[in-house]
Design a protein around this ligand. Structure first.
Ligand code: ZN
Length: 384
């Protein structure tokens, strides 16, 4: 199947000039699809040559489209409209525009970041083994309320018939910069325990599983280890091993839950192709392992100029069904077309499902010419 080429184009830039700049891009390059980020976190952009709006754009994030409020009435968590949106029906305008221009659409969403306001307490928070909310790690993606909301958004958006739907990955037991320093002060096995979420939903996953994991015993052991550390006592190795084994089992149960979410997403959204976004190759490998045989397409947010050979070698270790690449062409792009043209051609050798050019609305207009060249060159080598 031929690679589908597209640009990532946010609706705030589309709204500024009613699609005039995007229309020029489509006409000049002949792209197949336009990807729009519809749900996400903080946006902080500088546009070199804005078409209509100001150079600088900031949003505290949320839902960047006119979502159907009625759909979410019965849910515990509700979408929050992005601050710039107002009463505009910008998704409807965009879909009409895309139909007229005969380009496919693709949507991207990160519900976890979209719901996280940063100015209010996190809902639903991840909880540590001491049953305290951990604000710095954001909402728990496996929490039942989050899953209901994610499912609601996917269902709403799949109905518009996008070609691709990309969701953010699950940041499994991630420690953020803020908590890391504090955690590095305590015993390693306690640190290990602090990285996991023990919210009611995560704990219920362990309770439902037909396994021998007794989570409350593990939690008691972790609490005890923290007290021992405070008193200056060392952890016995065998005890540490038991806790580590239980934590690994706990993570495995939650990974399985994530896998079934990916599978359900695929089934619910078909024939739209669903995929998981990853930042770079390292996380592509991790996500592929996470998803197992159910791995959807992976969308790799690759940076222009990164070593393509390393990229390509790493891809061979991952068993995803398909690949998609996102290439940034924004403010940091060097001043000539050649590096982009050769990079796109090399990526195209790996038969990706799609290649998206990101930050086109922020980049100088001359970059559109480079995209056109890169696509023409890559398509020519594809057809050989
Ligand atoms: Zn949780």
């Amino acid at each position: 199947m031929a690679c589908s080429y597209g640009v990532v184009y946010p609706l705030w830039s589309f709204a500024d000039d009613r699609g005039a700049a995007l229309e020029r891009i489509i006409d000049e390059t002949g792209i197949d699809h336009v990807s729009i980020p519809l749900v996400g976190g903080i946006v902080d952009e500088f546009r070199v040559e804005p078409s209509g709006g100001p150079h600088y754009f900031f949003s505290s994030g949320g839902w960047h489209y006119e979502f159907d409020r009625k759909r979410y009435e019965s849910l515990a968590l509700k979408p929050r409209a992005a601050d710039w949106l107002g009463k505009r029906r910008v998704l409807a305008d965009f879909l009409e525009f895309a139909a007229k221009k005969r380009v496919s659409t693709a949507f991207a969403l990160d519900v976890r970041l979209g719901i996280w306001t940063r100015s209010e307490p996190v809902r639903p928070p991840q909880r540590n083994f001491l049953d305290e909310p951990v604000e710095g790690k954001g909402p728990c993606q496996l929490h039942a309320d989050m899953l209901d909301l994610t499912q609601g958004v996917l269902t709403e958006l799949a109905a518009f018939g996008p070609k691709f739907l990309t969701v953010a990955p699950w940041p499994i037991d991630e420690t953020d910069g803020l908590t890391y320093y504090r955690m590095s002060q305590v015993a390693p096995i306690v640190t290990h325990g602090l990285a996991a979420c023990f919210c009611s939903s995560c704990r219920a996953l362990a309770a439902r599983a037909d396994r021998s994991l007794d989570l409350s015993v593990t939690i008691e052991m972790l609490r005890d280890e923290l007290s021992r550390f405070a008193r200056g006592e060392r952890t016995a190795t065998d005890r540490s091993d038991v806790i580590a084994k239980n934590l690994a089992e706990y993570q495995r149960l939650r990974v399985e839950a994530y896998q079934s979410i990916c599978t359900a997403m695929h089934q619910r959204c078909a024939p739209t192709q669903t995929r998981v976004a990853v930042e770079e190759i390292g996380s592509a490998v991790a996500t592929a392992r996470l998803c197992g045989s159910d791995v959807p397409d992976l969308e790799i947010h690759e940076y222009e100029g990164e070593d393509a050979e390393t990229t390509l070698r790493a891809l061979q270790f991952v068993g995803a069904r398909g690949w998609a690449f996102s290439i940034h062409v924004g403010n940091g792009t060097p001043g000539e077309a050649a590096p982009l043209v050769s990079f796109v051609s090399r990526l195209a050798e790996f038969s990706p499902v799609s290649i998206d050019f990101v930050d086109v609305d922020c980049a100088p207009r001359r970059v559109v010419g480079w995209i056109k060249q890169a696509m023409r060159f890559a398509r020519r080598s594809e057809s050989l």
